[in-house]
Design a protein around this ligand. Structure first.
Ligand code: SF4
Length: 269
């Protein structure tokens, strides 16, 4: 073996050990880290989604007052939101370092089933910024609760959409043979859901360092700004993302977001 190849081989073999002994804030060699800025209109939900969120799905003859509230809330969101995200590629083989960081996450959940079969993994966090959340709080406090509710609904739906957009961005970063393969899809999964204990945020934040884009974590694992989103972006063949939500913790899950997320993934081009 030529000397340069031998050196490369030794470096490759020693890399995991080296990485583990390095300080956690070191970016892994060859693993991409990217900050993405979105336009407010890219993350904004549709009016129909907002109305559905407010219990007015498909309602005919919507009062002009409601239409006006929806329009005003979208206008505020467009003025105030500064959506952005950060992602950091991570070795699939080391997902447990983060998932099982403190031993509180369930070994029987979708993440331990899905991630080992993935062809790509990244850590991510994304936010709308402080301003749209502060504005909805201000509206509630100032007696304009109806507009506050509308803006709050837009904020919540936009945060969920940010997860989808980050997964799409991760797909674009994959090697061409994977990103062009229609069978490969990326999904997002986060601490505090589906068996991944909320305290997993600590390890995730320690390794990802989303403070770089203004996302922080409190000692009780609350992300600031609120309505931010974080977790894994997982790329793999569509079938690995399919599961039946009948894990023990699903009995107390009211949101059941996995069903909607799976449906969106199945429909994604
Ligand atoms: S039902 Fe809830 S807890 Fe269970 S997998 Fe779906 S989103 Fe997760």
């Amino acid at each position: 073996m030529p000397e340069s190849n031998q050196a490369a081989q030794i470096l490759k073999m020693d890399l995991p050990v080296l990485m583990l002994s390095m300080q956690n804030y070191e970016v892994k060699q060859g693993m991409r880290r990217e900050i993405i800025r979105f336009k407010a209109e890219e993350v904004a939900p549709s009016s129909a989604e907002v109305l559905e969120n407010q219990g007015m799905a498909g309602r005919r003859n919507l009062p002009a007052r409601i239409r006006s509230l929806v329009d005003s809330a979208f206008e505020l969101f467009g003025q105030l939101a500064e959506p952005r995200g950060i992602l950091q590629e991570w070795p699939v083989s080391e997902f447990e370092t983060i998932y099982n960081g403190n031993g509180l996450s369930s070994p029987h959940g979708p993440i331990p089933l899905i991630v080992p079969k993935a062809c790509g993994l990244a850590l991510f966090a994304a936010t709308l910024g402080d301003a749209p959340i502060a504005k909805s709080n201000e509206l509630f406090a100032g007696g304009k609760g109806a507009l506050g509710f509308m803006l709050d609904a837009i904020n919540s739906l936009a945060a969920e959409r940010l997860g989808r957009l980050m997964a799409n961005r991760f797909m674009e970063l994959l090697p061409a043979e994977l990103s062009r393969n229609k069978q490969i899809k990326a999904q997002h999964y986060g601490p505090g859901h589906c068996g991944w204990h909320i305290s997993g945020q600590a390890k995730l934040f320690e390794l990802l360092r989303p403070e770089e884009i203004g996302i922080t974590l409190t000692s009780s694992y609350v992300i600031r700004p609120i309505k931010s989103i974080s977790g894994f972006l997982v790329a793999g063949e569509i079938h690995i993302h399919r599961f039946v939500p009948n894990f023990p913790f699903c009995k107390v899950c009211k949101e059941r977001k996995c069903i909607q997320r799976m449906a969106i993934l199945e429909d994604a081009k």
